[in-house]
Write a protein that binds this ligand. Structure first.
Ligand code: DX5
Ligand code: ZN
Length: 223
């Protein structure tokens, strides 16, 4: 049986104790560390760039899953790879030449991810799904942590699962936004492979136990 991955999102971490927070993730059952890069143009918020990614890479003992919420991401792919990114995800809505950008990511040796905003239909990925390593379905409007999961994402997961399986693509389905202990099991049952969890992990009384609980679900697959 396929085992899902957990990717805590550092956006919800306490940045005054960043090294401790990364250490907590290192010593947890988390599989990846999710890093949200925002440019204040593609999304209405600004976070950090390659400088912080590089600093986190020095502390992290897990692969870095870098989610670029920026315009013209193709200009910065090499830089994020050099900074230590293992997965580089660009937004469908920010890429005029998505096929080229996916190949550009793969050529750096990173896994290539494509993220879709809540309003973007999964069908639009039909012609790139075989070249894609990961599809990140945004289950909130990107820009901020701590938002409510948009329920329509469930049917997007099912549709995407069907597309990936019927096309023999190895793409992982990642769900990002509003994921926590209350909905993780149904999200996994719908066909997700990677759960991003920001506030549900870092605001928890015991973040490590929460990661462990998210990892422990054994969904009965309905596909
Ligand atoms: C939102 C980011 C998410 C965010 C998730 O734009 O892409 O990764 O950190 O945060 P939570 O889990 O709190 O919704
Ligand atoms: Zn993200």
């Amino acid at each position: 049986m396929r085992k899902h991955k957990i990717a805590p999102s550092v956006l919800a971490a306490d940045f005054t104790r960043l090294a401790d927070e990364i250490d907590m993730v290192n010593n947890s059952e988390a599989d990846w560390i999710h890093l949200d890069v925002m440019d204040g143009r593609f999304v209405p918020n600004i976070t950090f760039g390659m400088f912080i990614v590089e600093a986190i890479a020095k502390l992290a003992q897990k692969p870095l899953d870098v989610h670029l919420m920026i315009l013209e991401p193709e200009k910065y792919i090499e830089a994020f790879r050099k900074a230590g990114a293992h997965v580089i995800t660009v937004h469908y809505e920010a890429c005029t030449h998505l096929n080229r950008t996916i190949h550009q990511i793969r050529e750096t040796g990173a896994l290539a991810g494509v993220a879709l905003n809540p309003h973007t239909p999964v069908q639009l990925l039909e012609d790139v799904i075989e070249d894609t390593d990961l599809v990140c379905l945004m289950s909130v409007n990107p820009g901020f942590g701590g938002q409510k999961f948009i329920y329509n994402s469930m049917s997007k997961i099912r549709k995407l699962r069907e597309m990936i399986d019927s096309r023999n693509s190895g793409a992982l389905i990642e769900i990002d936004g509003g994921v926590g202990l209350q909905n993780a099991e149904s999200i996994l049952q719908a066909g997700a492979d990677v759960l991003v969890a920001g506030s549900s992990v870092f605001s928890a009384q015991d973040p490590r136990a929460t990661i462990q609980a998210l990892k422990a679900f054994h969904p009965v697959f309905d596909f």
